[in-house]
Design a protein. Structure first.
Length: 321
């Protein structure tokens, strides 16, 4: 299905929103404005914007520590994302969890489970609920290639394959799981090969090409909504910075980093939109100014939000009977 100019502009906005927010959050952490650490996904933006753009509010996403951009593109208000990072009272978790556990119930954004891959099981359970309720909502699950060596990831895909659930499994293969290279975590060249074992299609695509990530995801989402079962999409990509902001990433070479920086998904998409006349320089400027404004408001909201009181630590931990 051809992508309309309005869709391209929407994708362009989110691609930039995710990039600019991510770089800003790195700076905020380095300035000591929030604590813990921060997991940047700069370089990987197209792997989340493509699958999440245009999802319905009632669809589910299951994300890991690095998928702030998925929550943003699904529509989670920036102010709540910042309040979560700052661990403040106005965060959806009321300031309880370590940074990077973005979750928001109204839009079906499952809070990352901390144990990597575990959110895949939860999202697959949501897809089972959709099937029982005869709904055509989808569950889109994100992991890195490292998480695909975790047992629960396989159990979820196996279960989704057997019951032909409305799932899209996205693997962001960024070549590294902390300091472990993909070759020491995954014994196949393409993680998408693993789909064969579970009886549904698997594809490998360029994760830095937003056209590819969007169109492939749209096709998989359509398939899932029709009841034709899951798809596994492996997106080859790269994270520019360390595993988190406290990791200098000394285990990789400068050449490798330079290779991937030349394949930056943001200018690559922008160049095509400019060439096609979908956007121009003044549109670009207005988009960036809008994003900067939105970010400032969100940061102000988070910084003005109070810290939780010590006694609140035991609230919302157990569901009332
Ligand atoms: C079950 C489990 N094992 C180990 C960890 C520690 N850990 C956190 S993130 C991470 C690497 C995950 O790599 P990958 O899934 O490729 O995602 P990426 O960080 O590259 O985005 C590890 C080992 C964890 N959180 N949970």
């Amino acid at each position: 299905m051809p992508v309309s100019n309005d869709e391209l502009k929407g994708l362009y906005y989110y691609l930039n929103l995710v990039r600019i927010s991510d770089e800003r959050c790195r700076r905020l952490f380095k300035q000591g404005r929030f604590h813990g650490t921060y997991f940047s996904a700069v370089g990987q933006e197209a792997t989340v914007v493509g699958p999440c753009y245009g999802l319905r509010p009632e669809d589910t996403i299951g994300i890991q520590h690095r998928e702030m951009g998925a929550a943003i593109t699904k529509g989670m208000p920036l102010k709540y994302i910042l309040a979560e990072l700052f661990a403040r009272k106005d965060s959806p978790d009321r300031g309880k969890s370590h940074p990077c556990h973005y979750g928001w119930k109204p839009l079906g954004i499952i809070t990352p489970a901390s144990t990597i891959a575990a959110q895949t099981v939860i999202a697959t359970g949501c897809a089972l609920a959709y099937k029982i309720q005869k709904k055509d909502n989808v569950a889109v699950c994100f992991v890195g290639e490292g998480a695909t060596s975790n047992g629960v990831w396989h159990e979820a895909l196996n279960f989704a394959g057997i019951h032909r659930l409305n799932c899209v499994f996205v693997v962001q293969n960024n070549l590294w799981a902390e300091s472990v290279p993909a070759a020491l975590g995954v014994p196949v060249e393409d993680v998408s090969e693993r789909a064969k074992a579970y009886g549904f299609p698997g594809v490998t695509i360029d994760g830095n090409d937003l056209f590819a990530t969007y169109e492939t995801s749209q096709e998989a989402i359509r398939r899932a909504r029709k009841g034709d079962g899951p798809t596994l999409i492996e997106m080859k990509t790269y994270r520019w910075y360390g595993h988190s902001e406290i990791d200098p990433a000394n285990y990789r070479t400068q050449e490798e980093l330079e290779y991937w920086k030349k394949r930056d998904p943001v200018p690559r998409f922008e160049k095509i939109l400019m060439e096609r006349g979908v956007i121009d320089e003044s549109y670009k400027l207005a988009t960036i100014q809008r994003i900067e404004r939105e970010l400032e408001e969100a940061i102000e909201f988070a910084e003005k939000s109070p810290h939780p009181e010590p006694h609140e630590i035991l609230e919302d931990v157990y569901a009332p009977l």
